[in-house]
Design a protein around this ligand. Sequence first.
Ligand SMILES: [Zn+2]
Length: 267
Amino acid sequence: MKRAIFFFPAFFFLVLSFSAQAAEGDWNLLSEGEKELLSGVLQKWEIWVPARQKDGTAPLMTYEELYQGLNEDEVRFLDRVRAIDPRKSFDFQGEYLGAPEPGIPFVKIEGQTMQKNGETVILDPQYLTADVYEAYLRMNEAMRKDLGVGLLIESGYRSHAYQLYTFLFYTPKHGYALAETGQWVAIPGYSEHGAPRRQALDFINEKGINGEDRVEDFEELPEYAWLVKNAARFGFELSYPRSQKGITFEPWHWRYNPSSETVQKAA
Ligand SMILES: [Zn+2]
């Protein structure tokens, strides 16, 4: 009797998961034709994207720029990837944040330096809207007053086009599986880095610690403990806290959400 009770739900579960997999099959793994299309696209991008990364303007890339020189099939393929809804396609817990309005002015942040393993490293230029940048500066000044150190911005605004480029650049490295790639790189429209109204900042400390090798490396920093205690006063909140179901803990990723009542007014 007991055996029968256990057997039935297990069978039922298998059927469910099998049908879910079949429904996702069309978008998850790229077909051979699509793999070829993607290789062609990546080759075309390799001609000019690295130069934009080098001069620091890649995060502001537009779709017009990204689509230049692509043929009809390649454009259709890119549009297909852009249309993926990760909330339906995999266990993505975030929301669709929309496309930023065109023409938003960004402040270019240049010359951030850190001392990594005894060497001076200059970070790539980053972009934020003026209100977010000023809130960051106020917060960083307060942190420096308390701790004697501050945090640098390793990643600020990233345009949707640059997000799509990044997603497809990493797709071959994840076995051409879009769902797996999507666990590491967001589909355009679902990243807080591409949403100026809810702008995310990835922090790195002045010694180059960003939690990339080990999440705890960042979590154990006094700078992180300071943020947990004080960031809300400046309008920043942790986007992906520890032990939140379905979300990877990212102690370095903070978003600007000044609706909080505790925000300190600008002096
Ligand atoms: Zn981030």
